[in-house]
Write a protein that binds this ligand. Sequence first.
Ligand SMILES: Cc1cc2nc3c(=O)[nH]c(=O)nc-3n(C[C@H](O)[C@H](O)[C@H](O)COP(=O)(O)OP(=O)(O)OC[C@H]3O[C@@H](n4cnc5c(N)ncnc54)[C@H](O)[C@@H]3O)c2cc1C
Length: 302
Amino acid sequence: MSLTDAQRAEIAAHAQETSSTRRPTVPALEAMLYDPQEVLDHGFLRVIDYMGDDSAIVQAARVSYGRGTRKVSEDAGLIRYLMRHRHSSPFEMCEIKFHVKLPIFIARQWIRHRMASVNEYSARYSILDSEFYLPAPEHMAAQSEINRQGRGAVLEGADAAAVLDILRDDAMRTYRNYETMLDTDEGYGLARELARINLTLNTYTQWYWKIDLHNLMHFLALRLDPHAQYEIRAYAEVMLKILHAWVPQTASAFEDYRRGAVTFSAGMMKVLRSMLAGEAVERADSGLSKREWDEMMASLKG
Ligand SMILES: Cc1cc2nc3c(=O)[nH]c(=O)nc-3n(C[C@H](O)[C@H](O)[C@H](O)COP(=O)(O)OP(=O)(O)OC[C@H]3O[C@@H](n4cnc5c(N)ncnc54)[C@H](O)[C@@H]3O)c2cc1C
């Protein structure tokens, strides 16, 4: 994580400030507030602010006059019910704001999640840092032969070193040219908004990203999935830990009913019922495609 001493001092000073409030706060999340958590080689994610807690969901669901909480077990039961039945608006009552530093190619995937508010570092106004994402050796994988969007075996030895050299050299060469184009004395004094256009996609950018809890869980369900690219999953894993600190009852329901759950179609349920009745079911008679069948059997094996 590449933070300057001045940036660290600014974060530390901010973390010293306290204010009294009548609003509910969550001690476990307060303890994490502002603290940058390392992701990838130069990235980080930190919580800047949040609104609400588990009881805010219960309060909204019951349209209460007070905090709306009853016994912890009753509240947890209601949250689990809401999650199980895919209610959304009670979870939208909570919000969280992150500061994220991430490579541009991951930002392009991330920005597809439209139900959030974003403000990105302006490379028209400021000069981007000389920081590029380079995969760690264990993530230097070859193209998967079975999944066009996935990775296969890890590249080894000389091949891995050669690829890393290409990535590093290309990034550094384009950054040097970026500096030359910007330089008003010995370069060309080109506008920042134009000079940046040659930079590689592994250059780091930053943004503030605010999202409600319902849409955060939607993001996490998609981006924690093994089908999501490793580099965005790395950020999602950190956000999952934050979710557990912030709204533990909701996070536990999310693990059960979203992350750990699978969806079976009507056709799959028919197959499952036949299997439970002890009948022999063949793929050819099931009405399922090979892919559906394989996915269903893989889910049942766990
Ligand atoms: C593993 C994986 C692979 C992917 N591969 C590709 C790919 O190859 N190419 C590609 O282009 N994208 C790809 N995506 C991106 C994906 O298609 C979605 O754009 C992204 O995951 C955001 O999901 P979302 O639209 O549900 O989220 P959000 O934009 O946060 O929206 C949340 C929900 O709000 C509703 N909503 C938001 N905006 C609108 C709207 N304008 N109209 C109607 N409803 C709206 C929808 O119900 C939506 O599900 C991939 C995503 C994943 C996780």
